[in-house]
Structures are given as C-alpha cells and as structure tokens.
Ligand binder design. Structure first.
Ligand code: AMP
Length: 284
C-alpha cells in the first residue's frame, strides 16, 4: 500500500490508473479505523479494481466547541488496518495541503441540512460537503462508499453529487455493530466502561420502534415516543432527537404509508460523548 500526502500526486496516480483501464472505489474516513471502515474498504474491492481510502480529520466540519483537537488519531495502526482490508493507496493529506492559507471557498448547503445533525451542528454539513468535493477532486474515483451509520450524511452527499453534477457513483453500506448492538464509531473510545455498557440502549430503542412498526403502528409520534421512553431508561442519556422520518427526504408526516421506507434516527449524548445511530425499514 502506498501512502500519498499530496493532492497533485494523488491526482496523477488516479489518472494513471484510469489510463490503464482500472476503476477506482474510494472510502473517505477520518481515521482511527474500526471494522465499520474496513467493511467499506473490503466492499470497495468487490465493486472496483482498485480501492483508495483517505484519512483526514477535517477541521471545517467541527464546530468551535467540538472535538477536533482530541479526535482520536493513530496513523500507524490505521495504515496496517487499511492495508489488511485491501486498500492499495492511502491518501493522507495534512490540513495545510487541503486548506492552505489561500483557501477561500466553502459549500453552503440548505434544505436537508437544516434539521437533525445540521441543526445541532451548524455548519457541519457545509464542511462535510466541501471536504468530500475536495477529496473527490483529488482521488477522482468512479465509486465512493459511505456508511449508513451517518444516515443524514449519505443524503447530503447524494444532494451534493446531484447539485454539482459530480460523476461519482455513491454507494451506501450497512452499519457494522459491536456484539451488543452499539454501532461502531471512532468516538466510542471516549466512553468510560460504565457508560459503554449502557450505550447498547440506543440499538434497543431502534429495535423497539422497529417492533412497534411491525405490529402495525404508522403514527410518527407513537414511534418517536417508544424510542424516547426506551432511551429514558438510562439516566446519563441526554437526548438530542429520536425521530421517525421518511428515508428518502427525511420528512416528518403525521403518519407513514404502507410500503413507505422509514428511517429511525437517534442522536444523544451519553456523558460527554455524542452518539448517533439509525435503522431503515419498510412500513408493512
Ligand atoms: P468517519 O471516519 O467516522 O468519518 O467515517 C468514515 C466512513 O465510515 C463514513 O462513510 C461512515 O458512515 C462510515 N462508518 C462509520 N462507522 C461505521 C459503521 N459502524 N458501519 C459502517 N460504516 C461506518
């Protein structure tokens, strides 16, 4: 596996690969890799000839009081893990390479970004969209793979690709979970062991709502209520949102229709750690 730190070198390598008829799958990450990331990389190998991953903790998607400085980083460990998952090129730019002093353009999104994650984290998705466009222009992939774990992010990326006519095929892969159901996340290392044990309640809340829907419940507020009640069993949880939304546009009708695809989305703080998770299912 080759580590590439410069944008120009990455572009030149990708152009060479394409000239040789190779297709490229790209997995952008912020590093501190776990099985969730590695699953996306392995999936990339099934979808294209060459897998390129990136590791870049993107400052523009963190708010002033968020964890940019203390976000976990371990490049040597990440390198070994990415290579074991079949990554051939690891793009690892420095902050100054991506955002030199002369950098002056930010994407400003609206609509889908006005609610949920975007509401709690103002500017977050502008930073995500900006860095993803920059990464796409460095890596020049045919396919880019994102995790369903960040449900709203996948909708934002699809919007970005539509709005800017970006010739990249977006693929979303399912969420990898720990044995107790907690969605894998680099931020799980922040959880002290007592809270880590309680974190599986988030998955239980999603499953309770799933079961209620399968029993015939279609009313949005009733579905939200069962998730909130479940999460309230852990006193250390501070809820941001627990909502059922339409999976395609994240809207909140009073009632869902049979056959409609619904996303159950949760964001909460467990102690100081912000955790998100979701489940997508069809209304019977
Ligand atoms: P991150 O490093 O957190 O920015 O995540 C990089 C990519 O990995 C994003 O597309 C995430 O949605 C995806 N990802 C993160 N956690 C998981 C998980 N548990 N299962 C599947 N994909 C994930």
């Amino acid at each position: 596996m080759l580590v590439i730190e410069k944008i120009a070198e990455m572009q030149s390598k990708s152009n060479d690969l394409k000239k040789n008829g190779k297709t490229i799958a790209f997995v952008p990450t912020m590093g501190y890799l776990h099985e969730g990331h590695l699953g996306l990389m392995r999936y990339g190998k099934e979808l294209a000839d060459v897998v390129i991953a990136s590791i870049f903790v993107n400052p523009t998607q963190f708010g002033p009081n968020e964890d940019f400085e203390k976000y976990p980083r371990d490049f040597e460990r990440d390198k070994t893990m990415a290579e074991s998952a079949g990554v051939e090129y690891l793009f690892y730019p420095a902050v100054e390479e991506m955002y030199p002093g002369s950098f002056n353009t930010m994407i400003k999104m609206s609509g889908i970004t006005d609610k949920f994650e975007g509401k709690t984290r103002p500017g977050h998705f502008d930073g995500v969209a900006t860095v993803v466009l920059k990464l796409f222009n460095a890596v020049l992939p045919d396919i880019a793979i994102f995790g369903q774990k960040d449900f709203q992010q996948t909708a934002v990326i699809r919007q970005l690709v539509r709005d800017f006519n970006i010739p990249v095929n977006i693929v979303v892969a399912p969420t990898k979970r720990e044995e107790d159901g907690l969605a894998m996340s680099s931020r799980n290392v922040y959880l002290p062991s007592d809270l880590r044990q309680k974190a599986s309640i988030i998955y239980s809340a999603l499953n309770s709502a799933n079961a209620l829907i399968n029993q015939g419940e279609k009313k949005r507020l009733a579905i939200n209520e069962i998730m909130k009640n479940k999460l309230a069993e852990v006193s250390e949880i501070r809820l941001d949102y627990a909502c059922a939304v339409t999976a395609d546009s994240m809207e909140e009708p009073d009632e869902f229709n049979s056959g409609e695809s619904v996303a159950l989305i949760i964001a909460c703080y467990l102690g100081k750690t912000r955790l998100i998770d979701n489940k997508v299912l069809a209304i019977p």
